[in-house]
Design a protein around this ligand. Structure first.
Ligand code: AP5
Length: 242
């Protein structure tokens, strides 16, 4: 560990130190972002993560990485994902339980795309009970289905970082190329109008009951997710600072 730190540039070490000092004064937060495909969860998560020094745990990103690496988990998940169906509860519960142990989750986390079934929500409660913790807020990205096809079919992503762009709403500086690395962008296999129908069906049937589960606990904030990204960010900030 020490030898690898010696190889890190002083400026990088200093900026990490400053970031950690700033983070020490932030309140702990355990958040869930819930909403249909394309509602903006992945767009808002990095902003909230940086503001509150949380870790961003996106089950979709983790599963796509496992599929790309052809791990046993990825092999099991691939077929359901390509069809726009949910993968089994056991697979995702296991990866979240493991991921929450990361040091970057010390001040809390953003769960993006999890829990997606009531069974997953109950398992999450069990995991948090064991840690003596609870969910502080569930942000419900409320939006009409009709808006989502244009968002989903126009999305391009940088596979290794998860950075997401949109040909119309958030274009990269140069077409088809990641702003930070200059590497080519790609489209997700499930980002077609056809697969979107199954993903929305899964959302309404299996995930909407999760919103009710948390409404009963009094922790849900409803966000107008059809607004432009910056306005959604302001709404998120209002909810999280209240
Ligand atoms: P996952 O990767 O979680 O996909 P998803 O929930 O369908 O969500 P998306 O990533 O499509 O949407 P987003 O809300 O993040 O939108 P974004 O911000 O990018 O899951 C994929 C699959 O994995 C599932 O189908 C399932 O098979 C499996 N899976 C994952 N988790 C699971 C679980 N817990 N259990 C079982 N299976 C699981 O925005 C979309 C586009 O719109 C972008 O291009 C963006 O630039 C643009 N945009 C964003 N906000 C705005 C705005 N306000 N105005 C205009 N454009 C905007």
């Amino acid at each position: 560990m020490a030898s690898s730190l010696e190889d890190v540039q002083t400026t990088d070490l200093m900026s990490e130190l400053l970031r950690r000092m700033k983070c020490a004064s932030k309140p702990d937060k355990r958040l869930i972002l819930i909403g249909p495909p394309g509602s903006g969860k992945g767009t808002q998560s990095p902003i909230i993560k940086d503001e509150y020094c949380l870790c961003h745990l996106a089950t979709g990103d983790m599963l796509r990485a496992a599929v790309a690496a052809k791990t046993p988990l990825g092999i099991k998940a691939k077929e359901a994902m390509n069809k726009g169906e949910l993968v089994s509860d056991d697979l995702v519960v296991g990866i979240i339980d493991e991921a929450m142990k990361k040091p970057s989750c010390q001040k809390g986390f953003i769960l993006d795309g999890f829990p997606r079934t009531v069974v997953q929500a109950e398992k999450l409660d069990e995991m948090l009970d064991k840690r003596g913790a609870k969910i502080d807020k569930v942000l419900n990205f409320a939006i009409d289905d009709a808006i989502l096809e244009e968002r989903i079919t126009g999305r391009w992503i940088h596979a290794s970082s998860g950075r997401s762009y949109h040909t119309k709403f958030a274009p990269p500086k140069a077409p088809g190329v990641d702003d930070v690395t200059g590497e080519p962008l790609m489209q997700r296999k499930d980002d077609t109008a056809e697969v979107l129908k199954s993903r929305l069906e899964a959302f309404h049937r299996q995930t909407e009951p999760v919103i009710d589960y948390y409404v009963k606990k009094g922790v849900v904030a409803h966000l107008p997710a059809e607004k432009p990204p910056k306005e959604v960010t302001s709404e998120v900030q209002k909810v999280l600072s209240s």
